[in-house]
Design a protein around this ligand. Structure first.
Ligand SMILES: Cc1cc2nc3c(=O)[nH]c(=O)nc-3n(C[C@H](O)[C@H](O)[C@H](O)COP(=O)(O)O)c2cc1C
Length: 192
């Protein structure tokens, strides 16, 4: 029984990497606007350590605007094959430019060009407009290195609360709750 939720998360993710047919790092990201209206979408978790959970996106996307107005988020991993879910909540902080640059450099060239071509979450009149922008970026960067677009960046969700949920027969599920307590964590159970 791990008493550090970050270590327990790593154990569960390692099992999910073996069990899930695709995207074991996919997580639902919930944000809310300044008025408290929620929205949720999937993103890929691109880094995890004791500081938190990192994902990358466009700062001018809907989620980017909501996080700027209300810098807190909730994450949900659901590993269907394992019948497990993990819920994570806490404030967000921007990933450093150096960290975002080094992750962007690992992406395929096509994904890098896509990040330049996409005005994420803005209305698009026709698919052809996006394809034309993509072709334009191809020409713009030719064979040179593609730098990280200035409005494409990473956020880190700093976990204050984790819940590990395990399926049990007859819906007698197990729920382990970890809450931040000073430098450590307090742990308890929840009724299913
Ligand atoms: C499995 C999966 C992974 C995704 N990963 C990301 C991601 O890492 N970053 C991202 O910006 N969008 C990702 N998307 C697309 C988002 O779900 C969403 O469509 C997009 O970010 C726009 O969301 P917004 O308008 O709420 O900002 C992913 C979608 C799926 C289904």
């Amino acid at each position: 029984m791990a008493d550090d939720p970050h270590a327990l998360f790593d154990e569960w993710l390692a099992e999910a990497r073996l069990a899930e047919p695709n995207d074991p790092t996919a997580m639902a990201l919930a944000t809310a606007d300044a008025g408290g209206r929620p929205s949720v979408r999937m993103v890929l978790m691109k880094g995890h350590d004791a500081r938190g959970f990192v994902f990358y996106t466009h700062l001018d996307s809907r989620k980017g605007g909501e996080l700027a107005a209300n810098p807190r988020a909730a994450l949900l991993f659901h590993w269907k094959s394992l019948r497990r879910q993990v819920r994570i909540e806490g404030p967000v902080e921007p990933v450093s430019d150096a960290e975002a640059d080094s992750y962007f450099a690992t992406r395929s060239r096509d994904s890098q060009l896509g990040a330049w071509a996409s005005d994420q979450s803005r209305p698009l009149d026709a698919r052809a407009t996006f394809e034309a922008r993509y072709a334009e970026m191809r020409r713009r960067f030719e064979d040179g290195e593609v730098p990280r677009p200035p409005r494409w960046a990473g956020w880190r969700v700093v976990a204050e609360r984790f819940e590990f949920w395990t399926d049990r027969d007859h819906r007698l599920h197990e729920r382990r709750l970890f809450s931040r307590a000073g430098e450590g964590w307090s742990e308890g159970l929840l009724y299913p």
